[in-house]
Design a protein around this ligand. Structure first.
Ligand code: ADP
Length: 768
């Protein structure tokens, strides 16, 4: 093993605190710091947008400039450096492309991000002294062309020979698809048959992300379930075929959250601080939030919030369908967000004053107050690669109500009424009635069983969503690509500041070795879902809020039986990403880390490095790297031979020595540098919407009916979708489906009220 540190260039179109429009910004803001803490050297490359606050631009240091060829163009590229928390940021400067009012949504985005990708690749020759890039880690479509450029234009240069590429999918819905004229005019690749073929997605278009999937040495996505889902036609958005073909290099690594920025014990943006040990501050936060939002200030109303893009992906069809039932059932709802569903949200806020509030804006400080002040957090996504909001909510003791998809399924353990375990409330199908049932399962628990509710809150707050676990998994992945580089973890420096009481969901200290694979095992059914919900009308009546109701959900299975099934579930969950993690005895996030699903890498480099190398070696097959540890050399040779793009990847055959790790490296520097208070300091802000006048609201009344259409198609789709990944869900849903469909097909007499503000339009299209 060499003494060299793993040196990683991390390229992203956004990174908090400089620019953030969603989860990608959060990830690129936190993961590099965690990688530094895990022992890597990291340079983050981000476009130097015109929106980056002067507090940062003023401190940037110009380190290099050069020209980047882009088809017939020769474009200026400056490199501006800023070091924060041990991470070096290199901002790619080109005012023609990036000095604009917001990051995405321009006619020339295809050209802008082709430039960014080429500039990133070219920049590897201009890195600070001593930094030799081992891994180029690209994120989402904006950087997808970098692995393509690297192999087609730079491969021959010695400096690039050692560079391995990792491509992370944060959302496969945004792929960067453009007219194929770009191939010649901007990419200058029309004359390279391999590139032209691998980028083309139909007779007239090319697809940046598709290129990355073929050219990268390793592919990751942000949760194990999503890694599985995107290999299916339902979730793959047309790229599932390529992902199935490249499944040997695809893995799902859960995102974490910045546990310092999101910490109710120290958060300066919330009304009162609190912790798992002393929750009194949360009550004060709730009362303050109710007052701020114009809601009735009463603790006997569960307050459910959403902080989200108001888009179809985020389940807004279900929300608008079920809101009447939820609001008239005694649950307060507050929504913070912008997007396609602003007008319906205004309508509900007007129809239910004191019970519903809508803030149509992007407001980081308010989002903190909402996470802290709420009892429940609604996230009924159609699909969700990972999702950060539900993890943030749990950190603040706000119980999530989520659909079991992607990262939501991997991070939220459903409440088990028999054991009291769980961290939230879940439902399987994309169906408004199922979502409503899940909301009222939560509400009823809030009203009826304070002890159980409080335990769930404790469970949620104890779940481990720090980046440490994910960073370890990324380090293992990098090590797999560069087995000659020692990744022995330095002394732990990331300390969790908040003392958490031990609870049922406390993470276990050591990761048990994964059991031998079982190919088909039926996951345990979700017990509380098997029980038909109690009489909704009765249970949801507002009077319920005043009068504690008896528990109405009958137990359909004896607890004993459930426990037995639970054991099966926990076994199978580790083996199949699609398997339900019904009976979680700890957070599913922790589980995912402990028992990586099929493709996930082993999690504890220090403890079980050899094992990690073994389990992940098969995934390195995109490269011609051979390791001693791998038992799948034959497969590797086969795979690489088949793939022209990857065959050219690298010809270096590296021998992994079985030598034990060198002494721990010097502890990473403790992060003390100037971290800005708000992550969204520079995020583009949507203008605050004025509440629509009541008369206007009355006109838009048939919101429910109109959305039922969408709900219908979704419901129909949902049964198909759920069938493959979730045997249990499909089973449970089957008898219900007809009823759900009929309720969803209420004739729509008017289209849904829609009014897209300019700002909202910007935000929702930016990523494309
Ligand atoms: P996505 O990246 O798909 O939008 P995530 O859940 O992964 O969803 O991340 C969303 C992030 O953006 C969270 O940090 C959330 O708090 C934040 N966010 C979303 N909408 C708003 C808003 N209107 N105001 C403030 N923060 C928001």
């Amino acid at each position: 093993m060499s003494d060299k540190k793993m040196q990683v260039v991390f390229a992203s179109a956004e990174a908090a605190p400089f620019v953030k429009t969603g989860g990608l910004g959060d990830v690129a803001g936190s993961l590099p710091r965690a990688l530094v803490a895990a022992g890597a050297d990291v340079i983050v490359m981000v476009p130097k947008y015109g929106t980056i606050a002067s507090e940062y631009t003023d401190r940037m240091e110009h380190v290099a400039d050069f020209y980047v060829s882009l088809g017939w163009r020769n474009e200026y590229c400056g490199l501006e450096r800023l070091v924060i928390d041990g991470v070096t940021y290199l901002f790619i400067d080109n005012e023609r492309y990036f000095k604009r009012d917001y990051p995405y949504g321009f006619f020339d985005d295809g050209e802008r991000f082709a430039f960014f990708s080429k500039a990133v690749t070219e920049s590897l020759q201009h890195l600070p002294e001593g930094f030799q890039c081992d891994v180029l880690h690209c994120n989402d479509w904006h950087t997808a062309l970098a692995p393509v450029f690297l192999r087609e234009f730079y491969q021959g240069l010695p400096l690039y020979e050692r560079v391995k590429t990792v491509f992370s999918i944060h959302n496969i819905a945004f792929q960067g698809q453009y007219a194929d004229t770009i191939l010649n005019d901007i990419l200058g690749m029309a004359h390279i048959p391999n590139a032209a073929r691998q980028l083309r997605c139909d007779e007239r278009s090319i697809n940046y992300m598709q290129g990355a999937l073929d050219y990268s040495d390793a592919i990751t996505t942000v949760s194990p379930s999503y890694a599985w889902e995107i290999q299916t036609p339902e979730y793959g958005e047309g790229l599932d075929g390529i992902l199935r073909r490249r499944s040997n290099v695809l893995s799902g690594i859960l995102n974490g959250i910045d546990t310092d920025a999101w910490n109710p014990a120290t958060d300066p943006m919330i009304h009162a601080n609190y912790s798992a040990a002393d929750m009194s501050g949360k009550k004060a936060c709730k009362a303050a939030l109710q007052e701020e939002l114009g809601l009735e200030v009463r603790d006997d109303r569960p307050l459910m919030v959403m902080v989200t893009r108001l888009t179809r992906q985020k389940g807004m069809d279900l929300v608008t369908y079920a809101l009447d039932r939820i609001l008239s059932g005694g649950v307060q709802v507050a929504v913070l967000g912008t997007g396609d569903y602003e007008e319906p949200m205004r309508y509900f806020a007007n129809k239910y004053p004191g019970t519903c509030a809508a803030r149509i804006t992007f407001d980081n400080a308010l989002s903190h107050r909402m996470y802290a002040g709420a009892d429940m957090f609604l996230m009924p996504s159609l699909f969700e690669p990972c999702g950060l909001s539900q993890m943030i909510a749990m950190r603040y003791g706000t119980l999530p109500v989520v659909r079991e998809t992607g990262g939501l399924r991997d991070t939220v353990a459903p409440y088990n009424q028999f054991t009291g375990e769980g961290t939230g409330f879940t439902f399987a199908n994309f169906n408004g009635d199922e979502m409503g049932d899940a909301v009222f399962r939560g509400a009823r628990l809030y009203w009826d069983d304070h002890a159980a509710w409080d335990q769930l809150v404790q469970n949620a707050m104890a779940a481990d969503f720090s980046w440490v676990r994910s960073a370890d998994e990324y380090m293992n992945l990098y090590h797999n690509l560069h087995p000659e580089i020692d990744i022995t973890k330095p002394e732990p420096v990331v300390a969790e500041p908040e003392p958490a009481e031990p609870t049922a969901v406390e993470a276990e200290p050591a990761a048990p070795a994964p059991e031998p694979a079982v190919t088909e095992a039926e996951p345990a059914p979700k017990t509380e879902q098997a029980a038909e919900p109690a009489d909704d009308a009765k249970a949801e009546a507002p009077a319920k809020a005043e009068e504690p109701a008896p528990k109405t959900e009958p137990a359909t299975e004896p607890a004993k039986k459930t426990a037995a099934k639970k054991a099966t579930a926990s076994k199978t969950a580790a083996k199949k990403p699609a398997a339900r993690k019904t009976a979680a005895t700890k957070s599913t996030a922790t589980k995912a880390a402990e028992k990586p699903a099929a493709k996930a890498t082993a999690t504890k480099p220090a403890a079980s490095k050899a094992a990690a190398t073994k389990t992940t070696a098969a995934k390195a097959t995109a490269t011609k790297t051979t390791t001693k540890a791998t038992a799948s050399k034959a497969t590797a040779a086969k795979t690489t031979a088949k793939k022209p793009s990857t065959a050219s990847a690298t010809k270096t055959a590296t021998k992994s020595t079985a030598t034990k790790a060198a002494p721990a490296k010097a502890a990473a520097t403790k992060t003390t540098a100037d971290k800005p208070a708000t992550a969204a300091a520079t995020a583009p802000k949507a203008t605050s919407a004025k509440t629509a006048p009541k008369a206007a609201a009355a006109k838009t009344a048939p919101a429910k009916a109109s959305t039922s259409k969408a709900a219908t198609s979704s419901a129909a789709k949902a049964t198909v979708k759920s069938a493959a990944p979730k045997a249990t869900a499909a089973k449970a849903a089957a008898p219900k489906a007809a009823a759900q469909d009929s309720s969803a097909t209420t004739p729509a007499d008017k289209p849904a009220p829609k009014a897209k503000s300019v700002s909202a339009a910007k935000r929702t299209t930016r990523k494309r």
